[in-house]
Design a protein around this ligand. Structure first.
Ligand code: HEM
Length: 404
């Protein structure tokens, strides 16, 4: 029997449903995959993906992180203001500014407020039946981010979440952003621009005010403050990078533990395993599946040449399941040896997640509270629905019932 043709289509139902079987075949059969349909390349092996994330000179972020943007071959308009779309040296200067604002202390000081928000949403759900994503893991992370930025309004936070959702959602086969998505981006940017101007007039003890006061070392050695557009761009990025992702990690956790009740039991028996569980969810089925880069030179790898100027998918979600890197890579095991390989769930190299400490804290508190609230639960599998988004994977609906 001949094998089915190997096709990785990041805009297909198959991708939205978790393309782990396709990743396995890509790792084994074509470690430098080329898509005939969309004309991109993809790396899937841990030994290729991890070094590529570090090699920003060969794999540039400046041209975008998704297929549609990188395919244009142009630096995206406004991208020069977004840290995630910068290469060093600009990236280095911006990152060192943000590291000064996003300090471990600043994150730790959010603990009480994060716990409060998690408690608030969990206290509102009906144990007889509720949707984990829509009623819990969706609403709280965006409120964490927006309140750090300085917006303490539940409705506004949820409006921002809606804009982010619209801007990332894709129909099967849809590669570029539609009009609705673009409109949502504009609305978000306008909202934050207005907020920067308000904070300039009335400083407060929040992230926006700190960003207004911080100084960026420019390439010529001069120091300047961030302008309004730079601050608004960063806030927009935080919403997309920092809310959606935590939503997905916590939702996926509920699905994974329902499928692996022995692992849930381990947490019920020993809460000190929660941080390890968060790392394992991130490895096993992390929210970010891939980031696209642009090849800045011809790359010769495994007998294939990736020509300069092409989109290259770095599929971290596949690297995290590579049996060459991890023992029993396809087994969900919160007790696994985490030192075996680098977990790529938060990226790797210069762009590795700025919000990792916050994400870990939010996810751990959410798990802790879920263990209290629903030590036993069942999932209504027929009504679970996945998101259809680019770059990320996760659930849109997870109806559950708490069991007595
Ligand atoms: C479970 C949750 C999260 C996951 C899985 C995640 C994942 C990632 C990944 C894979 C990258 C690297 C992107 C690249 O290499 O192109 C990244 C970067 C980034 N993340 Fe996260 N993230 C999470 C939560 C957060 C949170 C809570 C925040 C904000 C507070 C945040 C802010 C950022 C920022 C600003 C960057 C860009 C850093 C840079 O370019 O230097 N993320 N994240």
């Amino acid at each position: 029997m001949t094998k089915a043709k190997l096709v990785f289509d990041p805009f297909s139902e198959e991708f939205f449903n978790g393309a782990f079987e396709t990743y396995r075949r890509m790792r084994e059969e074509t470690p430098v995959y080329h898509s005939e349909e969309h004309d991109f390349y993809a790396l899937t092996r841990h030994a290729d993906v991890a070094p590529a994330f570090k090699d920003f000179e060969t794999y540039s972020s400046r041209y975008g992180l998704d297929l549609a943007t990188v395919s244009t071959g142009e630096v995206p308009a406004g991208g020069e203001n977004m840290i995630i779309l910068m290469d060093p040296p600009e990236h280095r200067n911006m990152r060192s500014l943000l590291n000064k604002v996003f300090t471990p202390r600043a994150i730790q000081s959010q603990k009480e407020s994060v716990t409060e928000k998690i408690d608030k949403y969990l206290s509102r759900v009906d144990p007889e039946g509720f949707d984990v994503v829509q009623e819990f893991s969706g609403p709280f992370p965006v409120e964490v981010i927006t309140s750090m930025v300085g917006v303490h309004d539940e409705e506004v936070a949820q409006q921002i979440r809606h804009w982010i959702d619209v801007s990332l959602t894709r129909e099967p086969g849809q590669i570029a952003q539609g009009e609705k998505a673009m409109q949502a981006n504009i609305e978000t940017a306008m909202f934050y621009l207005d907020l920067v101007q308000k904070r300039r007039a009335n400083p407060r003890d929040d992230l926006f005010t700190k960003l207004i006061e911080a100084e960026l070392e420019r390439e010529d050695g001069s120091k300047t403050k961030l302008d309004d557009v730079e601050i608004a761009s960063f806030a927009t990025l935080l919403g997309a990078a920092g809310a959606e992702t935590v939503t997905k990690l916590v939702g996926t956790a509920v699905v994974l533990f329902a499928k692996h009740p022995d692992q849930w039991q381990k947490l019920l028996d020993d809460r000190s395993k929660i941080p390890a569980a968060v790392e394992e969810i991130l490895r096993y089925e992390g929210p970010v599946q891939y980031n696209v880069r642009r090849s800045m030179r011809d790359i010769h790898l495994h007998g294939t040449t990736i020509p300069e100027g092409n989109p290259v998918f770095l599929i971290g979600a596949s690297a995290n399941r590579d049996p060459e890197a991890w023992t029993a890579a396809d087994t969900f095991d919160i007790d696994r040896d985490r030192t075996e390989a680098q977990n790529i769930g938060f990226g790797y190299g210069v762009h590795s997640c700025l919000g990792a400490a916050l994400a870990r804290m939010e996810s751990a508190i959410a798990l802790e509270k879920l263990l209290d609230f629903m030590p036993r639960y069942e999932v209504d599998w027929d009504n679970c629905r996945r998101v259809q988004m680019q770059n990320v994977a996760g659930w849109h609906n997870i109806p559950v019932k708490v069991l007595k």
